[in-house]
Design a protein. Structure first.
Length: 246
């Protein structure tokens, strides 16, 4: 359909070969992390799905002829120096806003922002944590709340950028999670809640597979909710139909 495609944030779908990375899976540009878990400030990989202890923040793009734009060691060092100790959500939001501002909107844009909030490690910015209601007793629950507040600010920044560019009314926005919240580990409660549903992340109960989601944009009915079963694989045919691709 002629869209320019961008992925910002978390990938976690393979990176052992170039062919498994976003730039070889349909995206013209990628800025984010390959693995499953990384420090929010240092961007060092920290857990399962990652090679622990490596700098997991990358920027890749394609040249006009479709070949990979190769970045030098100097480019990589600059990326490290410019982003070290800058909160991941801030980096991802700023990059998304920059793309919206610079894109020639005479050409269609597909922008996917895959935030890590509120995934562990539960690292927050002090200003977000300070705004969490103090009646929340569990410290991890407070951190999850702060992570969600940060996510809200990120989404707000993207929406504001679309409005400032004058393309908000011509944009379809989809928001959804990838799994239910994580509730318990061996060390105790980790801050998630899927009430009133049973189960959590890693389970097949509704608490593990039902997630918040909404879609807004031109042609999308307002103030309508659906209880129909919808799986992430349904997005492709849904969006393809919207943009007229068969």
């Amino acid at each position: 359909a002629g869209y320019k495609t961008f992925l910002i944030g978390k990938w976690h779908l393979g990176f052992s070969k170039w062919n498994y990375t976003p730039i070889k899976r349909g995206f013209d540009y990628f800025y984010g992390m390959f693995g499953g878990v990384a420090d929010y400030f240092t961007h060092m990989s920290t857990g399962p799905g990652s090679t622990v202890g490596i700098f997991d923040l990358h920027e890749h793009s394609l040249n006009e002829d479709g070949t990979l734009h190769v970045r030098t060691e100097t480019d990589k060092a600059k990326l490290f120096n410019d982003t070290y100790n800058v909160y991941a959500e801030v980096l991802f939001t700023n990059k998304a806003v920059d793309i919206i501002k610079k894109h020639d909107h005479k050409k269609p844009l597909f922008l996917m922002v895959s935030y890590t909030n509120p995934h562990g490690p539960l690292q927050t910015m002090n200003e977000d944590l300070a705004r969490v209601p103090q009646h929340i007793a569990n410290e991890n629950r407070k951190k999850v709340s702060a992570l969600m507040r940060s996510l809200d600010y990120g989404v707000e920044g993207i929406v504001d950028a679309l409005k400032m560019k004058g393309v908000y009314e011509d944009t379809i926005i989809i928001f959804f999670g990838d799994n239910g919240g994580e509730v318990m580990r061996a060390e105790g409660k980790v801050g998630g809640s899927n009430y009133p549903y049973r189960g959590a992340k890693w389970t097949n109960w509704e608490g593990g597979v039902r997630v918040p989601a909404f879609i807004v944009g031109p042609g999308i009915p307002k103030n309508v909710s659906s209880n129909a079963l919808f799986h992430i694989t349904d997005w492709l045919p849904t969006l393809a139909k919207i943009v007229g691709v068969k």
